[in-house]
Ligand binder design. Structure first.
Ligand SMILES: Cc1cc2nc3c(=O)[nH]c(=O)nc-3n(C[C@H](O)[C@H](O)[C@H](O)COP(=O)(O)OP(=O)(O)OC[C@H]3O[C@@H](n4cnc5c(N)ncnc54)[C@H](O)[C@@H]3O)c2cc1C
Length: 375
């Protein structure tokens, strides 16, 4: 019997580590990831200002998955009903059970010229390119535009402003948001604290601004063109090519087909209470825990030949204690109804990435991240 985990991000590593412990030795556990590395993506914006963070947040999958067979390959297509995965290499992997944890791609919404002229932020190479462009702007002066003020856009703008500040550069950072607030899908007191923190960091936040396209020199808006010297796009997510650009909707048992699950950014999850779950690292990990339990139960059921009806599966319930976001050297944390700023929020922020690395057994990298986050 073969269980496939596609993708080695937060969801993939969490599922695979749990299945390593729960599946019998006779079941093959295969993890396929195009990078062969677990990237602590929610710290990626830090690389823009502190390149050394890149090594702390990239963990070779072999190091944290001693039992699974890690295959470094790109998934081209997932046939959930036929239980087959096509790899870019031409190989095909059949499976008994699979969990799709492929994350998401940046959404450019078909806006003309945006994909061609902006740098997204999903991979290490993107952070390095943004850093190089930003250093260029810091050296000669100018404007860096960040399009989209979700969690990644807010944190990217914060890093860019702090970088310009550290270098005493004549560089302006503008953060554009289509809706009327930054982090529009988060609670009002959190949004207000973030807006204050961005203002204090010197970011020029412009809300209710619709990007209609871009060219090599400017971002096109409803009411004119905003010239830029560097352009970063964090304007949302969409499905990966392997999923035909789709993020399939899944209910609380997290299944896209009887023996295929999808979790994390790769899916649109509605939880056991009917609540739409935001795409985030925290929810990806929670969903993955539920799926690991369900896959183990189904495997046991099938191996025991216990009949045609599936056993009862656990439901995922959205239960995240809060949100923490960095803005340069500052941070904002929402824990329950309370919003924290300053050192308390900074410490919570640092502890999340460090705690995550520790929880997957990457202890040395956790120590390195502490050194970078709390110098
Ligand atoms: C700059 C930034 C800041 C963020 N800040 C926060 C935050 O503060 N809090 C928070 O909760 N969330 C934050 N997020 C969001 C969070 O990082 C994502 O929600 C999270 O990474 C989703 O986890 P995942 O496991 O679903 O996908 P991912 O972590 O994206 O993992 C997907 C994996 O699949 C691999 N893969 C993709 N396509 C293929 C393919 N075709 N074949 C093989 N492998 C493939 C990738 O290499 C990757 O290893 C932030 C994101 C960014 C970019």
């Amino acid at each position: 019997m073969r269980v496939l985990v596609l993708g080695g991000g937060y969801a993939g590593v969490t599922v695979a580590r749990r299945l390593e412990r729960s599946l019998p030795d006779s079941v093959d556990l295969v993890v396929v990831d195009d990078s062969g590395t677990h990237l602590v993506q929610h710290e990626l914006h830090r690389v823009i200002r502190r390149p050394a963070v890149a090594d702390a947040i990239a963990v070779p999958l072999d190091e944290v998955l001693p039992r699974a067979d890690v295959v470094t390959a790109r998934v081209d297509e997932v046939d959930a009903d036929g239980r087959r995965v096509a790899l870019e290499s031409g190989d095909v992997l059949d499976y008994d059970f699979a969990v799709v944890c492929l994350g998401a791609s940046t959404a450019f919404h078909g806006l003309p010229g945006v994909r061609e002229n902006a740098t997204p932020l999903k991979r290490r190479r993107h952070a390095e390119r943004i850093r190089a462009d930003a250093l260029g702007v810091c050296a000669s002066g100018g404007r860096i535009v960040v399009g989209g003020a979700g969690l990644s856009g807010v944190q990217t703008a914060g890093e860019l402003a702090a970088l310009a500040d550290e270098r005493d550069a004549d560089a302006e950072v503008v953060l554009l948001e289509r809706l009327d607030d930054v982090a529009p899908s988060f609670p009002a007191n959190f949004r207000a604290a973030l807006a204050d923190e961005l203002d204090a960091a010197g970011v020029d936040v412009r809300t209710n601004v619709r990007v209609t396209g871009a060219d090599a020199d400017g971002v096109h808006l409803d009411d004119g063109t905003l010239p830029y010297d560097a352009f970063v796009w964090t304007g949302g997510i969409t499905g990966t090519d392997a999923m035909d650009g789709d993020r399939p909707s899944v209910r609380s048992d997290l299944r896209v087909a009887r023996k295929t699950f999808a979790v994390g950014d790769a899916a649109r999850v509605v939880d056991a209470d009917g609540e739409a779950v935001p795409a985030s690292a925290a929810t990806a990990i929670g969903e993955a825990r539920t799926v690991a339990e369900n896959v183990a139960r189904l495997v046991e059921h099938e191996r025991a030949g216990s009949g045609a009806f599936d056993p009862r599966l656990d439901s995922y319930r959205f239960d995240v204690p809060g949100w923490v976001v960095s803005v340069g050297d500052g941070a904002v944390a929402q824990l329950g109804p309370a919003v924290l700023r300053g050192t308390a929020a900074k410490t919570v922020k640092a502890s999340i990435g460090v705690g995550h690395l520790g929880s997957i057994g990457a202890v040395q990298r956790a120590v390195k991240l502490v050194e970078e986050e709390l110098p």
